[in-house]
Unconditional design. Structure first.
Length: 254
């Protein structure tokens, strides 16, 4: 493979600090807005690839900093969510969207089963297989594990303002979610809540139910409002804030 093709078709998953000592495992399924040239931006103008519909703005940088600060393994996506969304079950409408927010995605309209399978095999499966293998090794070694997946959300969605600075989404891992929220609420200026601006569901989420709940691993999804991550200082502030939470300290086994 040439250097140019490697750049156009990177690995599906970027793995950081795989042997970190933290019991936290970080995921960032919407880390990248990369799209190979053959997809011709799925028929979209270039500016759309900088929007939330293509990736979670600021989430990758927060994840990388947290990986270092917590000494935690991290798994980040290598491709845009518009090609195939790593946090949507295969075959669901959100997996390969034809409409994202209020924007039509022409290149996803009418694609056949072969193309759907190709995207799953190149992008979706390698990412989740790598995460699964890592979790399996931790289980075999008897290591404690908790999953925190890092996302960001738009300040305004379809004309409706969102007042929260951050949300912590959970299904079965209510204890971990409440512990994180409790730590964030130590700053009275923050507006944070559970299960905002979304809720976890098996129809619309993958990482928390599959890698977490189904394995008996406490798993939550942290959503940070994107305008708070629009600068490097904002990204560093949120990484520092999360890294300082007692809830994310490595648990010790007596």
């Amino acid at each position: 493979m040439t250097a140019q093709s490697e750049k156009d078709w990177p690995e599906a998953v970027e793995v950081l600090n795989e042997h970190g000592r933290s019991d936290i495992v970080l995921l960032c399924e919407h880390a990248s807005n990369h799209m190979p040239a053959e997809y011709r931006q799925l028929g979209l103008d270039a500016h759309h690839l900088q929007r939330h519909i293509a990736w979670d703005i600021g989430a990758a940088e927060v994840t990388r900093l947290l990986s270092s600060k917590l000494d935690a393994p991290a798994f980040l996506s290598g491709y845009s969510r518009l090609l195939i969304d790593l946090n949507r079950p295969l075959g669901t409408p959100g997996s390969i969207p034809v409409l994202s927010e209020d924007t039509d995605i022409p290149g996803n309209v009418g694609i056949d089963a072969t193309e759907r399978t190709r995207r799953a095999e190149i992008i979706f499966s390698p990412f989740h297989d790598r995460v699964t293998a890592h979790l399996d090794r931790r289980a075999q070694a008897g290591r404690q594990t908790r999953i925190v997946t890092i996302h960001s959300f738009t300040p305004v969605f379809l004309g409706v303002s969102r007042p929260w600075h951050a949300g912590v989404l959970h299904d079965q891992a209510r204890g971990l979610a409440e512990a994180i929220l409790s730590g964030l609420r130590a700053d009275a200026a923050l507006n944070v809540a559970a299960n905002v601006p979304y809720v976890i569901s098996r129809d619309a989420d993958y990482a928390v139910p599959i890698h977490g709940d189904d394995r008996g691993i406490a798993a939550v999804l942290v959503e940070i409002r994107q305008d708070l991550l629009s600068t490097r200082s904002g990204i560093e502030e949120w990484a520092d804030r999360l890294a300082a939470l007692p809830a994310l300290e490595t648990e010790t086994v007596s």
